[in-house]
Design a protein around this ligand. Structure first.
Ligand code: SAH
Length: 456
């Protein structure tokens, strides 16, 4: 039987936007059936054309905005909204901060945890040009090697020179590198035919150190004219301390491949955070918004309630940023990460900073946690900072079984945070202080927060 839906494809109708999804799309409802519409904001009245329907929801495009939200701003133009780079840039910054706070609160309310208080999001004074890392796809556009960003849900590269949310020195570096690649007739990667050479340019720049790392991701093992290309990059960009070729031969959306060749300089670059120095490899995770990261870590340190006598586990430790800052206020810290380069960096960083009470183990957090539990390690505090998919159930079981007084949960995805908080509750850990969102990703819908759980 064909189910009849409240709207049909190509229908044009007037609707009011009720809500914003976590991806930053406006939501209108017709008989409780949601239509997701890009570039719309709550309270706006619009004429929409339905572009796609499914059993449970539809997508539509704006035909006309009939009533504009008082919070709509348009400082930078369409390309920033159309690409994944700054999909919320049309929403006033103070409202972005409220949106993030409410998203977390709503997710807790949905599972009947209305009593969880969520504080106003800590934002930035200047919420642009904050990213210390760029990963820019390289494609051929109108016959020329071009850098830019993809239009959302498409394979169409939109050329860009000012990325708005990146360190302007990185934007400049990308133009310089692009022009050098053009000069030596390097071939841009072609996704469709899986041909060409240069897939991505990645640039990282230390917020404090101003050291720069350039990674050229290639489909091929050989990078033609590598010597001159690298020489010119170094000559044009004196901040560069490391030029790396990363080889990624697969047909995949994953940016980095397994092999790194250092073409010039070191295999790492340095930056500082909260007064410590960190070496960072191309493959290692490093927070992209250093100014907000310092606020986030300081909060996590304060919330951990350290006096100098505690044993701390920092699961998902990356290059040891949280572990090493906490080690200064604790008796012993154990860190674990699944990426070998990150653990190498973490050990190197402990040495670099003369920290002797931090130990790092390579492995999956869930397995290593079980091992630590077996070894009889009794942490007072467990810090977790997992990727978007959140914590493994086995990890939560081991963590709870070790009986720490506190769990400090740094989350980049409120949906999995809420799920994991519920699981911790089953083991007798509850939220006693308000959840604190910290805006790590202005102009985008990504939501970062710190939550503290305490044993009953
Ligand atoms: N706390 C660090 C890193 C957080 S990002 C910082 O703030 O810089 C999350 C980290 O989890 C990454 O370094 C990633 O390599 C690691 N990771 C992902 N899955 C993992 C797993 N199953 N076990 C351990 N680490 C994992």
């Amino acid at each position: 039987m064909k189910v009849s839906l409240p709207v049909y494809k190509d229908q044009v109708l007037d609707v009011e936007i009720m809500d914003l999804t976590y991806q930053g799309m406006g939501v209108a409802k017709v008989d409780n059936y949601p239509i997701f519409i890009d570039n719309t904001l709550p309270s706006e009245k619009i004429t929409v054309k339905v572009t796609k329907t499914t059993k449970n929801f539809a997508f539509g495009d704006v035909v006309k905005i009939l009533q504009v939200s008082p919070h709509r701003v348009n400082p930078k133009g369409r390309v920033y909204r159309q690409t994944g780079i700054a999909p919320l840039q049309h929403l006033e910054y103070s409202e972005q901060l409220k949106f993030k706070q409410h998203q977390i609160a709503e997710l807790f309310a949905k599972v009947h945890m209305d009593d969880v208080e969520v504080l106003p999001t800590i934002g930035m004074d200047h919420p642009s040009q904050y990213r210390n890392k760029a990963q820019v796809p390289v494609r051929k556009v109108q016959g020329e090697l071009t850098t830019g960003f993809y239009k959302k849900n498409s394979h169409q590269l939109m050329p860009l020179e000012d990325y708005y949310i990146q360190d302007p020195a990185i934007d400049h570096a990308i133009i310089v590198i692009r022009d050098i690649l053009r000069k030596y007739h390097e071939e841009a990667y072609d996704e469709f035919h899986h041909s060409g050479t240069i897939r991505t340019i990645m640039v990282r720049r230390g917020y404090y150190s101003h050291e720069m790392m350039v990674v050229l991701v290639t489909r091929t093992k050989r990078l033609p004219m590598a010597d001159v290309v690298v020489e010119e990059i170094q000559a044009a960009l004196p901040e560069v301390v490391s030029v790396i070729q990363n080889v990624n031969q697969k047909r995949t959306n994953v940016i980095l491949g397994p092999v790194n060749n250092v073409l010039a300089g070191k295999s790492t670059m340095n930056d500082q955070l909260l007064g410590l120095t960190f070496a960072i490899s191309a493959q290692s995770f490093y927070q992209v918004n250093p100014q907000q990261t310092e606020k986030l870590y300081q909060l996590a340190i304060d919330q951990a309630g350290l006096t100098g006598n505690e044993t701390v586990i920092d699961a998902y430790s990356g290059i040891g940023t949280i572990s090493l800052t906490m080690a200064q206020h604790a008796k012993q810290v154990y860190g674990v990460d699944i990426v070998p380069a990150a653990i190498d960096n973490a050990r190197q960083n402990a040495d670099k900073n003369g920290i002797k009470n931090a130990e790092f183990v390579l492995g999956s957090a869930e397995k290593v946690m079980a091992q630590w539990q077996e070894d009889g390690i009794k942490p007072d505090v467990v810090v977790v900072d997992p990727p978007r998919k959140g914590l493994d159930e086995a990890f939560i079981e081991s963590a709870a079984a070790m009986g720490p007084k506190r769990v400090v949960y740094i989350s980049c995805n409120p949906s999995t945070l809420v799920r994991d908080v519920q699981r911790f509750a089953e083991h007798g850990y509850h939220i006693n202080a308000p959840v604190q969102p910290v805006d790590q990703f202005p102009q985008t819908p990504h939501i970062e927060s710190v939550t503290v759980l305490e044993r009953d």
